[in-house]
Design a protein around this ligand. Structure first.
Ligand SMILES: [Zn+2]
Ligand SMILES: [Zn+2]
Length: 572
């Protein structure tokens, strides 16, 4: 941006300042409707949430929780629209304002871009560089305030490549609007730059630091930018721009040689820096997690509250008899740590459910989640994360088709005629599913991966009530648990390949729909349908972030009981 931007900025700031300080802006002024927004200040601060500690002083000064990292997310539609506007055929810089919705995790605050506010006639000038009028800023900030959203400012560096620094003019223009944006919207100004040569985004949020301990910022304290760690674009493809100084490229190692040779260094560096959450620690989860650390992923988080039981040992890659009674997550993390192929790799495990407040916040810190759960409530919570928070979820599952009755020969294949023999059954087949859900893809509810009615039943504790489960028909899906290690392997492989396809795009193919593979016939079906008409996930809930009007968390007595049991068996 050019210096003329800065001049326009100062006049805009003065105008916004007059309004917010209560001088009558005159009848009909657009400043008048900004006043209610200004009154909200102090009640709102980006980064709020159970895990974020923000003092009222910090809120007043617009300071953000210092522990939090910052990130930006958008759908591929927003990305395409931005590139079409910002990357001009004549090679000149351009700019636009956009609106964002906050999404808050345990350690990461994300701004989800939701709407672009392209300049109207006369609101910006393009002259090699680009500059904008104060009216444009006030129109965009006013709309953000009206819609309870934050304000983002974007401009392009047509000749730029990679994560961009800011010129003195860039800095002056953004910092000059940071105060007015905070006052008008109650949320920090977000700045983004799009590099024209490789379409990398870079981003920062503006805040005013507290000068010293116990002191609030004076009105003269300068606004400073906190650089984002990543900017992620989510659609058929998962595409992330990384701030290399905050999320460094892993050092090359011989252990990853063959993997890197398969898709190249650059693709590898972008792939393995994705922050992955594995929700569940059972048979498929352990195979998925093993595959992730061997592939070189640097950040893997496992969430499971369950304990290893003897009847799990036929399917848990990383559990032995000695682990029975131990938490699955810690047993798994222990083994995974010795299998990582990069010195930078960090594997963490937590004994929360994703439907408990802490577990939910940990999930919202991730870029991609694996749904290795078989219950409706956590699947529902993950479906919300995929659309409302733009965190794609890889889901799947195994179903073994076993029916009561004798086989064709008339004999009981399951154990003869002894009085204690198991009931007669026959094996019909087995199948496994794998799909990635999120924007532009069919959601878990429409794929039939959970029954919304059963979410309420699980929240009420019915699915953990042995008497209720026993009352269901023997072939009810909630009573079924048949599984075999090889079926889990096939399912886990299909799930990991789903992620690799969406990120790496072999032959530029990122999305093949949801897959269902039949073991008996070795055939794979693909479901390329979108969500059913009226499905709320890709419509009302998409990109709603913290404002999504669904509460996915609640008390989880089974998780609490498992944690208590784990504490009892802890060696003293
Ligand atoms: Zn610039
Ligand atoms: Zn749907």
């Amino acid at each position: 941006m050019s210096a003329s931007t800065t001049r326009i900025v100062s006049s805009a700031r003065a105008r916004a300042g007059e309004t917010v300080h209560g001088r009558d802006p005159g009848p009909g002024s657009r400043g008048r409707r900004l006043l209610p927004s200004v009154r909200r200040l102090g009640a709102r601060i980006f980064g709020r949430g159970e895990a974020q500690v923000t003092s009222p002083e910090a809120a007043e000064t617009g300071r953000c929780a210092s522990a939090a990292t910052f990130s930006v997310a958008m759908t591929s539609e927003i990305d395409h629209a931005l590139a079409a506007h910002l990357l001009r055929e004549d090679g000149q810089e351009d700019l636009t304002f956009a609106l964002y919705q906050p999404s808050t995790g345990m350690t990461r605050a994300t701004a989800i871009l939701v709407d672009l506010m392209h300049p109207q006639d006369g609101e910006r000038q393009v002259h090699g560089n680009a500059s904008f009028s104060g009216d444009y800023f006030l129109r965009a900030a006013g709309l953000a305030a009206d819609r309870d959203l934050g304000l983002a400012f974007l401009h392009s560096h047509p000749g730029g490549k990679g994560w961009q620094g800011m010129s003195r003019d860039d800095r002056a223009a953004e910092s000059g609007h940071a105060g007015a944006t905070q006052l008008i919207t109650g949320l920090p100004l977000i700045g983004l730059t799009l590099a024209g040569r490789d379409q990398t985004y870079s981003a920062r949020r503006w805040h005013r630091p507290v000068a010293g301990s116990g002191r609030t910022a004076s009105s003269r304290t300068a606004w400073v930018d906190q650089p984002a760690t990543t900017v992620r674009v989510v659609g058929e493809q998962i595409k992330v721009s990384y701030n290399d100084s905050l999320v460094p490229v892993p050092a090359p190692t011989r252990r990853s040689l063959r993997t890197v040779q398969s898709w190249g260094r650059r693709a590898h560096d972008d792939l393995v820096r994705l922050r992955i959450g594995v929700i569940g620690g059972g048979s498929v989860a352990q195979l998925v997690a093993e595959s992730l650390v061997r592939t070189g992923f640097i950040h893997v988080v496992i969430l499971d509250f369950d304990l290893v039981e003897e009847h799990n040992l036929d399917r848990l890659l990383h559990a032995t008899e000695a682990d029975v009674g131990q938490p699955k997550a810690s047993v798994l993390v222990d083994r995974l740590r010795s299998h990582t192929v990069t010195p930078e790799a960090v594997v963490h495990g937590f004994d929360d459910s994703v439907v408990e407040p802490e577990g939910r916040l940990r999930a919202l810190d991730c870029d991609v989640l694996f749904s290795c759960v078989d219950r409706p409530w956590p699947r529902f919570a993950l479906n919300v994360a995929a659309y409302a928070h733009l965190i794609p979820v890889v889901d799947g599952g195994v179903a073994v088709d076993v029916r009561a009755g004798c086989d064709q020969s008339g004999s009981n294949p399951s154990g003869g005629d002894a009085p204690d023999a198991p009931a007669p059954f026959r094996l019909i087949g087995a199948e496994w599913r794998a799909h990635l859900v999120g924007p532009n893809r069919r959601c878990m509810e429409c794929l039939g991966q959970y029954d919304p009615g059963e979410v309420g039943m699980e929240r009420a504790g019915l699915l953990d009530d042995p008497a209720y489960i026993a009352s269901l028909p023997a072939d009810h899906h909630l009573r079924r648990g048949e599984n075999v290690f090889a079926f889990s392997m096939a399912c886990a492989a299909a799930e990991v390949l789903e992620l690799l396809r969406a990120v790496l795009g072999p032959s530029k193919i990122f999305d093949v729909g949801a897959t269902l593979t039949h073991w008996t016939t070795a055939t794979t079906e693909r479901d390329v349908e979108g969500c059913r008409p009226g499905c709320p996930f890709p419509t009302q809930l998409q990109s709603r972030g913290d404002a999504a009007a669904v509460d996915v968390t609640g008390p989880h007595p089974a998780a609490a009981a498992a944690r208590a049991a784990a504490r009892r068996t802890e060696p003293t």
